[in-house]
Design a protein around this ligand. Structure first.
Ligand SMILES: Cc1cc2nc3c(=O)[nH]c(=O)nc-3n(C[C@H](O)[C@H](O)[C@H](O)COP(=O)(O)OP(=O)(O)OC[C@H]3O[C@@H](n4cnc5c(N)ncnc54)[C@H](O)[C@@H]3O)c2cc1C
Length: 205
């Protein structure tokens, strides 16, 4: 959901991205559109999901119920949300593919390496793919060799992002002692883990 910032009265609201973690669910918030809107992504585990539609409307009362005992800031955001501004969809995971191209045909982005949005790298990986694809195609005279080079350069990195996202799905939703342990580990290692993504230089590949 997108919430206009001026409608949120929360005294807690900051520029930073915030991720609230809890048993079997989490809530992500970050400012977009020059800081004028708060984008919120609310994830809840459930065993059944049938609809694969990307444009199913969400229900604010369902969301309020799910997060009813969470922090006052979240209550504030949910109170400020326009009921018709929510969308809802299922997330489906895929294991990394051993190979995604063949001959003069290849894939890029989610088509090649879909991942859960728990490391916020899906679009970033697609952009990096584009840069490496362009450089591989310009280096080789043969399209086939260029595509093969592109895939070899991207396979390990994108698979690592997919695995990190899948692992985070479990880590984010821990409870009890495991959640306390996670919080301590995250405090010291989150930056290191994320640096491995942010420090990659696609242009030099
Ligand atoms: C909740 C959520 C939060 C996310 N947050 C982040 C984030 O913070 N950072 C990040 O990097 N990534 C994030 N992602 C992931 C990111 O959105 C995707 O990885 C990215 O959009 C993939 O881009 P793509 O171009 O490969 O595929 P898509 O964005 O899916 O584009 C494919 C396009 O092809 C079109 N299409 C499909 N079939 C056909 C057809 N037959 N003919 C013509 N067109 C067709 C589709 O309509 C679509 O427009 C998030 C994803 C989700 C679900």
């Amino acid at each position: 959901m997108l919430v206009p910032k001026e409608e949120i009265s929360s005294k807690f609201l900051q520029q930073n991205t915030k991720v609230w973690l809890g048993p079997k669910k989490h809530f992500v918030q970050y400012l977009v559109k020059g800081g004028n809107f708060l984008n919120c992504v609310c994830l809840v585990e459930q065993n059944d999901w049938i609809n694969e539609d990307w444009s199913e409307k969400g229900d604010i009362s369902e969301l309020k119920h799910i997060f009813s005992d969470w922090h006052p800031e979240i209550q504030d955001i949910l109170e400020s949300t326009k009921p018709d501004s929510l969308y809802k969809w299922g997330l489906h995971d895929r294991t990394p593919m051993k190979k995604w191209g063949k001959g003069r045909i290849s894939l890029l982005g989610d088509a090649a390496h879909p991942m859960l949005p728990f490391v916020a790298q899906g679009a970033a990986m697609a952009i990096e793919d584009g840069i490496v694809l362009a450089s591989s195609l310009s280096y080789f005279d043969s399209v086939k060799l260029g595509l093969n080079d592109y895939e070899n350069k991207r396979k390990y990195r994108t698979a690592s992002a997919q695995r990190t996202a899948t692992r985070n799905a479990t880590i984010f939703h821990l409870s009890g002692f495991f959640a306390i342990f996670r919080n301590v580990v995250m405090k010291f290692f989150l930056k290191k883990i994320m640096d491995s993504f942010y420090k990659y230089d696609a242009i030099s590949k």
